[in-house]
Design a protein around this ligand. Structure first.
Ligand SMILES: [Zn+2]
Ligand SMILES: [Zn+2]
Length: 665
C-alpha cells in the first residue's frame, strides 16, 4: 500500500475518499456501504440478512448503524442499485432511526421500497427519486453518480460510476453479463468502457461467484429446461422460485401461456411482487392467465400451474406448508410435478431437502438440483468478473459482496489480470478504505456489527438476549428459589426446578449444591452485600445475592457436569429473626473438590446436604410462599430420563406424568 500526501497542484492537501461497508462483507446479505468525502456522506444500498441457526426468535438481521446515527447530520442522500432484499430490506427500518434526505434508485426497486415504507409508516421521512439509465445525480457537494444499466436476476438493476474529487469509483452492484436478457435490457458495457478509458481509481466488484470458473449461463438458458418439464407433466405443475426473480417469473408465466395452463399464485411476496412488476410494465401477462386459488381447483389438473413461495424451505411459506399438509387450499397429489427453480442459500439447505423429501413421500415428482438446468445464478462467474475488470481497468481493486473465501478468490482473479497485490484490499465490515489519486489504505475502523430484530421488526434482540436464548435452547434452564432472612439466615431449603437440562444429576443433588452455594454466599459475601443503615432492617442487595448464587452454581455445574444451563435465582426475603433452616440430616458426603479460588466454599451452613423431604417441617414463619408447597418443585426432572437408580422416590403421581411428558416433548 502506498501513501502520498495527496496534494493538488495548488499545494492544498485534499481529503481522502473514504468508503466504509457496514454490511455485505464476509457474508451474503445486508449490503450497506458508506461513501464519505469531506463533510458529505452518501449511502449506497441498505439491505438485510436472514438469521442463521442459533439466532432464536430473530426474524431479520440488520447492520449496526451507530456510525450513521452519530453522523446523521452529514448524510446527504442514498443510492439504491436494485430491489433485492439484501440491498433495500433495511431502508424502512433505518428511516426510523436516522435521516436520509433523498433516495435515488431504479423505478422497480423504489416501487418495492414504497410498500415497505408504507408498512413501516415512514413514507414522509424521505424523498424517493426515480432514475433512468445513464442518469447522473448529484449527492452533497462532492459526489456525482451515474447509473449504468447492468444485468442481474432482478430487473431494473444498475452498476454505479461514483465520481468524487479524488477520482471515479465503479461500484458494480450485483451483476452478471447476460447478453440475451429476458427483458431485452442489455448491460451498458460501452459506458463501463468509457469510464475505463477515462481512468477508474477503484473498482468495488460483486464476488458472490468468485470461486466458480467460466461464464455464468444466461437466464434464458433455463427456458427450454422448464418448458420440457412443464410440457411433459401429466397433472398439475407446481413451481417455486424467488418472487423477486422477475425474469424467472416472467418466463414461467410465458411457459404457462404456451402450455395452456392457468396460473394460481400463492404466497404474499409472490402476489405483491407480480402485481407491482406488472403494474410498472416489467412483466407482461394477460389478466385472464391468472385464476384465484380458490377457483383454480375447478380446472383440470393438466391446465393448472401453481407458482408459489417456499424455494428456501421457509417454514411459513406456501410450499413448505403444502409439504406438511398444512395448507388450507392446496394438497399434494401423486400426479403433481413440483419444480424447485432456485438453489438454496447456504444455511437453508437442510430445510429445502426436508421439504423435497416430504413432497416425494406423498408421491409427487420433484424436480430440483443443479443438473436439471432449471436454475442459473444472477451473479457472474470468474469470467464475468474478468470482463468487468477488463472493461473498467481500475488502478485499485476491492472485492465486495461475498464471504471471505470469495473475496480472496476474486482478488486472485484480479491479480491474474495484472493488478498488483498491493493495490487490492480485502476488507471487513466497518473497515475504512481510504482512497487518494495515488494511494489506497485502511483507516481506523468504525463500529460495525449486527442488530437483530424480532418479528415485530421493532424489538431489538441484543447480545445478552441472544446468549440467554442460546443457553435456553442448548442447555435448558434451572430456577432456584431461596428463602433468606434480612439478617442473612437461610430460612428454608432451596427449591430447584429443572427444564431441558440433560444431566445425570437429579433434583436432589442440585438442590444440595444450591444449598451449599447459598450457604457460601451468606458466609462469605453477606457483609459486602448488606449495608447496615442504622435503622431496623439492613439494606440488602438482593440482586447481588442472586447473582452470586447464580455464578457459583453455574461454575459448579460447568465443572462437575459439563453443562451450562441458564440459572435463575430468586430470593424471597424473610424477616430478621426468622429461625435458620437446620440443614439436611441424611447427608451425602461431598467428594468433589472445593471451587477454585473460593476456598472454604463448602464450609458454610447446609454442608451436610440433606434431601428436602416434601413433608419436612420448616421453621419458616416469615416465608409462606416458599415453605407452603415444596412437594412438586423439588422433584422436577431433566429431559433425559435418569437411570432407575437415580430416580427419586415418587411423592406423587404427578411427577411420573411430567417425566414422560418431558420425554416425548
Ligand atoms: Zn441482487
Ligand atoms: Zn445482493
Amino acid at each position: 500500500m502506498t501513501h502520498s500526501n495527496g496534494a493538488n497542484p495548488s499545494g492544498i492537501k485534499k481529503p481522502a475518499l473514504r468508503v466504509i461497508p457496514l454490511g455485505g462483507l464476509h457474508e451474503i446479505g445486508k449490503n450497506t456501504c458508506v461513501f464519505e468525502y469531506g463533510d458529505d456522506i452518501m449511502l449506497v444500498d441498505a439491505g438485510l440478512a436472514f438469521p442463521s441457526d442459533g439466532m432464536h426468535g430473530v426474524n431479520v438481521v440488520m447492520p449496526d448503524t451507530s456510525y450513521l446515527k452519530e453522523n446523521q447530520k452529514r448524510i446527504r442522500g442514498m443510492i439504491v442499485t436494485h430491489g433485492h432484499e439484501d440491498h433495500i430490506g433495511g431502508i424502512a427500518h433505518h428511516l426510523k432511526n436516522f435521516n436520509i434526505p433523498v433516495i435515488h434508485g431504479p423505478r422497480l426497486a423504489l416501487a418495492m421500497l414504497t410498500g415497505k415504507m408504507e408498512e413501516a409508516g415512514v413514507m414522509d421521512r424521505t424523498i424517493l427519486q426515480t432514475v433512468a439509465p445513464r442518469d447522473v445525480v448529484k449527492v452533497g457537494q462532492h459526489f456525482s453518480v451515474e447509473f449504468i444499466r447492468n444485468t442481474h436476476s432482478m430487473a431494473d438493476s444498475f452498476s454505479l460510476a461514483i465520481t468524487s474529487p479524488v477520482g471515479t469509483v465503479i461500484f458494480t452492484g450485483d451483476f452478471k453479463f447476460d447478453h440475451t436478457p429476458v427483458d431485452g435490457e442489455t448491460f451498458d458495457m460501452a459506458r463501463l468502457a468509457h469510464y475505463g478509458d477515462q481512468g477508474v481509481l477503484c473498482l468495488f466488484s460483486d464476488s458472490t461467484n468468485a470461486e466458480v470458473p467460466g461464464f455464468c449461463p444466461p437466464e434464458r438458458s433455463v427456458f427450454p429446461c422448464l418448458d420440457r418439464h412443464i410440457s411433459q407433466a401429466e397433472g398439475r405443475v407446481i413451481i417455486t422460485t424467488f418472487a423477486s426473480s422477475i425474469h424467472r417469473v416472467s418466463m414461467i408465466l410465458e411457459l404457462a401461456l404456451k402450455n395452456g395452463r392457468k396460473v394460481g399464485l400463492l404466497g404474499r411476496s409472490m402476489l405483491n411482487v407480480i402485481a407491482k412488476a406488472r403494474e410498472l410494465g416489467y412483466m407482461r401477462a394477460p389478466d385472464d392467465l391468472f385464476v384465484p386459488i380458490k377457483q383454480i381447483r375447478d380446472l383440470p389438473d393438466r391446465e393448472t400451474l401453481l407458482l408459489m413461495t417456499g424455494s428456501q424451505g421457509e417454514p411459513l411459506a406456501a410450499l413448505s406448508r403444502i409439504s406438511r399438509g398444512e395448507h388450507p387450499q392446496v394438497q399434494v397429489k401423486s400426479t403433481d410435478t413440483i419444480i424447485f427453480s432456485a438453489s438454496p442459500i447456504p444455511g437453508n439447505t437442510i430445510s429445502v431437502v426436508n421439504t423435497i423429501d416430504r413432497l416425494m413421500m406423498q408421491g409427487a415428482k420433484v424436480v430440483y438440483g443443479k443438473g436439471e438446468g432449471i436454475h442459473v445464478s444472477g451473479h457472474g462467474f470468474q469470467e464475468d468478473q474478468k470482463l468487468m475488470l477488463a472493461l473498467t481497468k481500475p488502478k485499485y481493486f476491492v472485492p465486495v459482496h461475498g464471504e471471505h473465501r470469495m473475496l480472496v478468490a476474486h482478488s486472485k482473479t484480479a491479480q491474474s489480470m495484472g493488478i498488483p497485490a498491493d493495490n487490492i484490499l480485502i476488507i471487513d465490515n466497518g473497515d475504512v478504505v481510504q482512497l487518494s489519486p495515488d494511494s489506497i489504505s485502511k483507516g481506523d475502523p468504525v463500529k460495525a456489527g449486527i442488530e437483530l430484530l424480532d418479528a415485530s421488526r421493532n424489538g431489538i434482540v441484543d447480545a445478552r438476549v441472544l446468549k440467554e436464548r442460546q443457553q435456553l435452547a442448548e442447555d435448558g434452564v434451572i430456577t432456584l428459589l431461596a428463602v433468606i432472612s434480612t439478617d442473612g439466615v437461610m430460612a428454608a431449603p432451596p427449591r430447584v426446578n429443572i427444564r431441558g437440562v440433560v444431566t445425570t444429576a437429579d433434583a436432589r443433588k442440585l438442590s444440595m449444591w444450591a444449598e451449599r452455594e447459598i450457604g457460601w454466599v451468606l458466609e462469605n459475601r453477606w457483609n459486602q452485600l448488606c449495608r447496615n443503615t442504622g435503622g431496623k432492617a439492613p439494606d440488602v442487595d438482593w440482586v447481588g445475592v442472586q447473582r452470586e448464587v447464580e455464578v457459583g452454581l453455574q461454575r459448579r455445574l460447568r465443572r462437575e457436569l459439563q453443562v451450562e444451563p441458564l440459572i435463575i435465582c430468586l430470593v424471597q426475603p424473610a424477616p430478621a429473626g426468622t429461625p435458620a433452616y437446620k440443614g439436611r440430616a441424611d447427608a451425602e458426603p461431598d467428594s468433589r473438590p472445593a471451587p477454585r479460588g473460593r476456598g472454604g466454599r463448602d464450609g458454610g451452613r447446609g454442608r451436610d446436604g440433606s434431601v428436602p423431604a416434601p413433608q419436612r417441617q420448616l421453621a419458616t414463619v416469615g416465608a409462606p410462599a416458599a415453605a407452603a408447597a415444596p412437594a412438586a418443585a423439588a422433584t422436577t426432572v431433566a429431559v433425559k430420563t435418569p437411570a432407575p437408580a437415580e430416580l427419586e422416590p415418587e411423592p406423587a403421581g404427578r411427577t411420573r406424568r411430567r417425566r414422560s411428558a418431558a420425554a416425548v416433548g
